[in-house]
Write a protein that binds this ligand. Sequence first.
Ligand code: SAH
Ligand code: SF4
Ligand code: F3S
Length: 451
Amino acid sequence: MSEERQSAPKRLFIETYGCQMNVYDSERMRDVLAPLGYAPVDRPDDADLVVLNTCHIREKATEKVYSEIGRLRLHKERRAAEGKSTSIVIAGCVAQAEGEEIIRRAPVVDLVVGPQAYHKLPELIARTARKTGERLAADFSAQEKFDALPARAPDGVTAFLSIQEGCDKFCTFCVVPYTRGAEYSRPVADVLAEARALAEQGVREITLLGQNVNAYHGEGGDGFADLLGKLAVIEGVDRLRYMTSHPAEMTDDLIALHGDEPKLMPFLHLPVQSGSDRVLKAMNRKHDGAYFRDIVGRLRDVRPDIAISSDFIVGFPGETEKDFDATMTLVRDVQFALAFSFKYSPRPGTPAAAMMAQVDDAVSAERLHRLQAELFEQQRAFNAAQVGAVLPVLVTGEGRKAGQKHGRSPYLQAVHFDDTRARVGDLVPVRIVSATQNALAGARAEADVLA
Ligand code: SAH
Ligand code: SF4
Ligand code: F3S
């Protein structure tokens, strides 16, 4: 506890929805609010400040925000009856997209703040306390945001590091270019400094984040592969990952690096969305099915064990049974280690929402069901294929029982294993003895040599 803090700490609860970008941003919000005397708590009950870090990607995600605001209104009223005041802040992509509407619909909300304004939170919160009547901060300056937000490692040995924000791709279904603004890449020197600071604090595995992380073109470097190379020489950084990538940005040097750089983990999340060239074109994805297959083939040539993960949308406007079959064929041809699949959700202001031939919900639901059955089977098969192997596992925590540990495989699988010697942060050989759809289990291998 800092000495200048006389009063009891105020309780801060942040609820995070959506992607890793939001997870990272929530951490940064905790950091900037700490000097104001806010200590994070795990439950909203009795929190003095509640932040909802929201996601706008699909309709359901957005609806959740409004129902959550309803719950928070009761929380605020209950505390008011006890003579306590509560501040409610809406942050994230819904704040950016629908800020005005939230202000209008939800008087209980004290402040609406978009993703590029988090560094101003202390000042904004002080202002709302003074009741100036200003409740919306949703301007766009990713650079100002990164410059002002301090980096701090979370407690563990793995960390996110945001290097790029925003998107210029304008896929016709997607709100991200509108909620996160134009692509912005942080300067190389800033990224390296943050990575060094993380390593010094004990972080062993860094996942670089960006909406189009492989489109990174920060000042002081030569693109994304060059940045990865510079990060790989930092002492203490044992493992590097990145997400999310766009297939059109998988450059030759980046593909080659997957074969040459052992710190670059053999796992790649590469969203394809559909296997139909007609649909991919209507989505404005800038690649076709053959191009995606080619990228995956070249990655497997240089790194045969690389695990490929992806995102899919079914029921995009105009998708026929034939288009959907092309998606199923691509899935069977490529074989994914992991995948996320969604029913298309029309988003206000996006070109696809105005397209004719929206697909009937029941049809989309049935296709999603078929696609997921195949994808889940592939995920189980990928995990089952590790049984018998010895994998280098990064220990991320202690299990509930003595001698149990959990960690991460190179392929981003959760691994639970028995080991009395290992400490959090160690990289240990683990023999895999069983697998489920979501995790591996095993025991420390005798040999200290990693496979
Ligand atoms: N920047 C990443 C991911 C963006 S959002 C990329 O380029 O792929 C994460 C996933 O949500 C997308 O890959 C897509 O599969 C899904 N998604 C985005 N908009 C959607 C919508 N309107 N309806 C359904 N799924 C959507
Ligand atoms: Fe959205 Fe497409 Fe940009 Fe990904 S690349 S964030 S799906 S617009
Ligand atoms: Fe959602 Fe915004 Fe991420 S819309 S997926 S939180 S960039």
